[in-house]
Design a protein around this ligand. Structure first.
Ligand SMILES: [Zn+2]
Length: 173
């Protein structure tokens, strides 16, 4: 199947599942406001694959893969932190909680009232769930920064720096 920027805006859950439709599309990070807020690579692609099917002849399900590279601010040093995300998910859309008891435990259960779901909301939610709560470099990035400062500091007389700060403070008053 050829990829196009052409997933429908709304997912007709039961309808798509009954027809066992598979959809692929490519978005940009900037298409998702909540992701765009925290990512600095807004022009980069988000690749989405969705496959719909009916479980137990009545429950619409979707297996999906979302792939993207996202650049976040490291919560320790605030520098760029690039993460490659490959989000695999299996969703089941049920009318009542009772219906979910018949499903395998690997499904994420969504209790829905509407027959349709906004494609952007689904993709955005799945990406947000997969982003680490506190993204950080996997090495001691602060330590490296401190070491750099120490090396740079050696070339200057530490008292000279102190003097500059004092002058700056005095000027403000
Ligand atoms: Zn860092």
């Amino acid at each position: 199947m050829e990829l196009s920027k052409g997933l429908p805006g709304q997912l007709k859950l039961f309808n798509f599942a009954k027809k066992e439709i598979s959809l692929s599309g490519i978005y940009q990070i900037s298409d998702f406001p909540k992701i765009s807020e925290i990512a600095s690579n807004k022009k980069d692609n988000v690749k989405v694959d969705l496959s719909f099917y009916l479980k137990n002849n009545k429950t619409p399900c979707v297996d999906g893969i979302i792939e993207l590279d996202i650049v976040l601010a490291c919560q320790r040093c605030l520098d760029d932190l690039s993460i490659t995300l490959k989000v695999n998910f299996n969703l089941a859309f049920v009318r009542h909680n009772q219906e979910s008891e018949e499903l395998d435990s690997h499904y994420e259960i969504y209790v829905i009232e509407e027959e349709e779901l906004a494609t952007h909301d689904l993709i955005s939610d799945e990406i947000l769930l997969s982003i680490p709560m506190v993204p950080m470099h996997d090495y001691d990035c602060i330590k490296e920064i401190n070491e750099q400062e120490i090396v740079e500091g050696k070339s200057e007389n530490p008292f000279a720096i102190l003097k500059k700060i004092k002058i700056a403070d005095g000027g403000k008053e």
